[in-house]
Design a binder for this molecule. Structure first.
Ligand code: ZN
Length: 440
């Protein structure tokens, strides 16, 4: 039997997206107060996107509370309208509530600073770290163990998608889950764009549990359709923005350069990023991992902006002062130009390992049938389930299509011919490879 303690009085956190986040369980409040969860206040949700959308300074902390709140509202709806009566009737068993709430709250606790670039360079995986933090020797683990000795493992298995109840797994991880609904609304709000807006209240009303997971009632189909389109727009307009990616490339190359200098023994004294050594050495403990946040990295970048190595110094300044690399789109028809252009960048005095990069963004706006993604099921009045894209022409038109945006990044100087410089010699040749309409 789980040890479930309710707070004497409900606690609330004010939130710009959901107005109030309601806390009813002692364990949720205790989890929020752990040092591992508080660390999420120091990690921005959207990383380098704030260089393009300056409002996007919101944190993983706020997003995690939001995912918890949406999950809580889903549980309330299920318990009020679809409570289980007999074992195996496919309806909602409210004994699952606490594991769902804890998994929702903790689903991103393993995110590192500037996730994308950091994971790329140091080959870390935030979902694996989330599970390690939940099951390892942490304050989060102690708090969860108070509920039941096997409770941490149950919460981790929801994140791992191996938890036996598919309703709980799909609440937190599917194509229409609490995670996606919160980040679309929150990112839209904080970037100051409207693309991510959709009718959350309506979607929550039409969600219902069934034996294999969660379905949506037919009269809510248009709200679901609108959500898919919002998601598509957010990826195109915000998450794949070429300038944010230009900053991500600077960051990735900066970390790559630091790693290389460390291996060559050129990081010493004050310049030595002691908290990054375990990552350079590829021997990272949970404590090492949890010491990092955006502030730690930014401090090293500041220190490195005076480093004797010219490349490290320059890349650090580019990151701190927002000097993204420029980019041009390419595809199969012109990809043979890429190595030629990289060589021209090198001829102009830039090390192509650190001043060029290929960055590609791709997303499937909605995946109708491919495993392991769960399709969105619409429940008809006669009890039949129809997959969303068979009902909606709009969704069908963007289903299963991969949107790829592949770009070559290079220094802005390659585009400015200044008299009597090395660039003049190569300017025309570089220009001849560029379609200016594709330039960002
Ligand atoms: Zn998330």
């Amino acid at each position: 039997m789980d040890n479930i303690i309710y707070l004497p009085r409900e606690k609330v956190f004010r939130d710009p997206v959901h107005n109030y986040i309601h806390i009813e369980h002692q364990v949720i409040l205790d989890l929020i107060n752990t040092k591992e969860f508080q660390r999420l206040r120091r990690i921005k949700q959207l990383g380098t996107s704030s260089f393009t959308f300056h409002g996007a300074e919101h944190t993983r902390f706020a997003h995690s509370l939001g995912v918890y709140e949406i999950t809580r509202q889903i549980c309330n709806n299920f318990q009020r309208n679809y409570p289980t009566k007999t074992d195996g009737d496919g309806l909602w068993n409210d004994d699952e509530r606490l594991v769902a709430l804890c998994a929702a709250l903790l689903h991103d606790v393993g995110h590192g600073p500037y996730s994308h670039s950091f994971e790329h360079i140091f080959q870390t995986d935030h979902e694996k770290w989330t599970q390690k933090i939940i099951t390892g020797r942490t304050d989060i683990n102690s708090v969860l163990t108070n509920v039941a000795p096997d409770f941490p493992q149950r919460v981790a298995s929801v994140i791992e998608k191996t938890y036996p109840n598919p309703q709980v797994v799909q609440m937190i991880s599917s194509q229409l889950d609490a995670d996606r609904m919160d980040y679309l609304l929150r990112d839209a709000y904080n970037t100051g764009t409207n693309y991510g807006m959709f009718d959350l209240t309506r979607i929550l009303r039409v969600m219902r549990p069934y034996r294999d997971g969660i379905a949506f009632e037919a009269d809510g189909m248009h709200a679901v359709e609108d959500y898919i389109l919002s998601r598509f727009q957010m990826y195109q307009q915000i998450y794949f923005h070429p300038v944010s990616r230009g900053m991500e490339v600077v960051l990735t190359n900066l970390l790559k350069c630091a790693n290389c200098l460390y291996e060559e023994g050129q990081m010493e004294g004050f310049d030595m990023p002691s908290l990054l050594i375990p990552f350079f050495e590829k021997n990272v403990s949970i404590d090492d991992y949890l010491k990092l946040d955006d502030g730690v990295l930014n401090t090293y970048f500041n220190v490195w902006s005076n480093h004797p190595d010219e490349t490290l110094r320059d890349l650090a300044k580019r990151f701190l002062n927002r000097r993204p690399l420029k980019s041009v789109k390419f595809d199969d028809s012109n990809k043979e130009l890429v190595p030629l252009m990289e060589d021209l960048v090198e001829k102009c005095g830039f090390d192509k390992d650190y001043y060029t990069a290929i960055n590609s963004s791709s997303d499937v706006p909605y995946d109708a049938f491919n495993e392991p993604k769960t399709p969105i099921e619409i429940l008809q009045e006669d009890g039949r389930l129809d997959e969303l894209s068979t009902l909606s022409t709009l969704v069908a038109s963007i289903s299963d299509k991969i949107e790829i945006d592949e770009r070559l990044y290079f220094p802005k100087k390659m585009l400015t011919a200044t008299r009597n410089s090395i660039f003049d010699e190569y300017y025309d040749e570089f220009q001849s490879h560029i379609n200016n309409e594709e330039l960002v």
